[in-house]
Ligand binder design. Structure first.
Ligand SMILES: Cc1cc2nc3c(=O)[nH]c(=O)nc-3n(C[C@H](O)[C@H](O)[C@H](O)COP(=O)(O)O)c2cc1C
Length: 221
């Protein structure tokens, strides 16, 4: 994929989403939205779950666990990659990979690379850090660059699980916009989001219904 096209498509997606406003990020609703999510053969899916928090027993990790529980009960195969506990260097934009080739870094991304390429679904579970996804997860997403040619327009399902301390829905919008714009660019389809607000201390999400939402989302696949 040409870099100019990458930028053009990303900008068009961003502008389109901005123009559509709330409708474009309609999945901000706290109830998970689910579509039919079997793969194209109607078989069990290969699901990659990326977690972004450095807190092993944190809130987004709990949502990921609940989602995985539901998905595995439905017979799907889950590969979990805890970005904060892996060695994944940030992309250094050397373009050695040409957006579809070997990376100069031989780190833990290599174990994720084939899983992402073959996945039917990718789930992002992250805390909000200054209104964005965690740096640990962003570093991993930026390394998608080396497999861009293989994962773009290669239809996949996706879901987004996020946690944050404040309660204003508006504050979740930048992350949902990012998620939706990324999916629009890649040509992937969202099957749902769980937006867990008002959770600050590690594990406090267990006292809410968000875990059940994440479980139901996995179970609905
Ligand atoms: C570096 C940092 C930045 C944060 N930024 C925000 C923020 O912008 N808005 C907010 O509501 N909470 C913010 N929080 C709180 C976390 O989003 C919240 O505690 C979340 O539940 C953590 O999820 P985790 O347990 O999965 O790590 C921040 C926390 C940290 C450590």
């Amino acid at each position: 994929m040409k870099r100019r096209e990458f930028l053009k498509k990303s900008m068009l997606a961003a502008v389109g989403t901005a123009l559509l406003g709330d409708r474009a990020i309609g999945r901000i609703a706290e109830e998970p939205v689910s579509a039919s999510a079997v793969n194209s053969n109607g078989k069990a899916m290969k699901i990659v779950v990326l977690t972004g928090s450095p807190r092993r027993n944190g809130n987004s990790a709990y949502l990921a666990e609940q989602f995985i529980k539901g998905a595995e009960e439905r017979g799907h195969e889950v590969f979990r990659f805890d970005c904060a506990f892996k060695k994944v260097a940030p992309c250094r934009a050397c373009n050695h990979c040409g957006m579809d080739g070997p990376c100069v870094f031989q780190d833990d991304f290599e174990e994720l690379r084939p899983r992402l390429v073959e996945a039917d679904m990718v789930v992002f579970a992250t805390p909000m850090y200054y209104f964005g996804i965690s740096a640990q997860m962003k570093s991993v997403i930026d390394r998608f660059y080396a497999i861009n040619g293989q994962i773009k327009d290669n239809p996949k399902k996706a879901a987004f699980l996020m946690t944050y301390a404040d309660t204003a829905k508006k504050e979740a919008e930048p992350m949902l916009l990012h998620y939706n714009t990324l999916l629009e660019y890649l040509g992937w389809e969202s099957v749902g989001t769980v937006v867990a607000s008002g959770v600050w201390t590690a594990g406090s999400v267990k006292n809410t219904s968000y875990g059940q939402q994440a479980y139901q989302l996995g179970k609905s696949l």
